[in-house]
Design a protein around this ligand. Structure first.
Ligand code: HEM
Length: 214
């Protein structure tokens, strides 16, 4: 009998939701060359609000017995996002960025799960493991397409993680060792589905905002 680990079940059960996010027209356009530098900047601005929330809650849960094994400064993205926005928009970037409706809901949900370590880990997993996976592909495409070196794409550069594949394996082992019972595992999987949905909806918001501005 093959025993499927929780991390494997999580990946398999959410693959479809992942592919919906990856396949959203806004993301597809960015990756295929139909998207513009302005589109990329609009996405970075939304990331700023999402990671501000994620990393605020991470600080709060630093000493939580479950969340603590996932929280590490090696992942912290907010300073890189601030530097990217300063480079991409200029020193007054803060007055020029605002969260889109899905980002407002996504951020509210991240704050809501601050009282539920499993829920926080679900959001942490969806973003950071994504950034270390597809994010590394996005990095190379954006560098090539828009001529970025490191400025403007610092968000995707994890200077303190030499081997993303190994980091992800350790992360998955920690998911398996989190001590969640079957019900809690189910709830975590559902929260990851929800997190993917926010990401897909955000791409749709970005596409709508672009259309409205055209
Ligand atoms: C152009 C867009 C994207 C591409 C090309 C892409 C590609 C990939 C690839 C190739 C993997 C497998 C890596 C591995 O097994 O080591 C992966 C995993 C992952 N991606 Fe994406 N992805 C994209 C968008 C997203 C988005 C928008 C999210 C969510 C915010 C996301 C979240 C994840 C997560 C959480 C994993 C890890 C799954 C696991 O191993 O448990 N991805 N992605």
């Amino acid at each position: 009998m093959t025993v499927t680990s929780f991390s494997e079940a999580l990946r398999t059960r959410t693959r479809h939701d992942h592919d919906d996010s990856e396949g959203a027209a806004f993301m597809r356009d960015l990756m295929s060359g139909a998207g513009t530098r302005e589109d990329y900047i609009a996405l970075v601005a939304q990331h700023f609000f999402i990671y501000e929330a994620l990393e605020q809650v991470a600080r709060r849960l630093r000493d939580d017995p479950v969340a603590a094994s996932f929280v590490t400064d090696k992942l912290t993205r907010l300073p890189a996002l601030e530097a990217d926005l300063e480079f991409l928009i200029g020193p007054s970037w803060r007055e020029q960025v605002a969260p889109l409706p899905t980002t407002v809901d996504y951020v509210a949900r991240i704050h809501e799960v601050a009282d539920w370590p499993g829920g926080f880990v679900a959001h942490h997993y969806t973003r950071y493991l994504g950034d270390l996976s597809g994010g590394q592909i996005i990095l190379r495409v954006m560098q090539k397409r828009f001529g970025f070196d490191t400025n403007g794409v610092g968000f995707y550069l994890f200077d303190e993680i030499a081997d993303p594949a190994e980091f992800k394996n350790t992360y998955r082992a920690q998911l398996d060792a989190a001590g969640w019972d079957a019900d809690e595992r189910e709830r975590v999987i559902e929260e990851v589905v929800r997190a993917y949905r926010y990401n897909t909806d955000l791409f749709n918001d970005l596409a709508r905002a672009k259309q409205a501005a055209a």
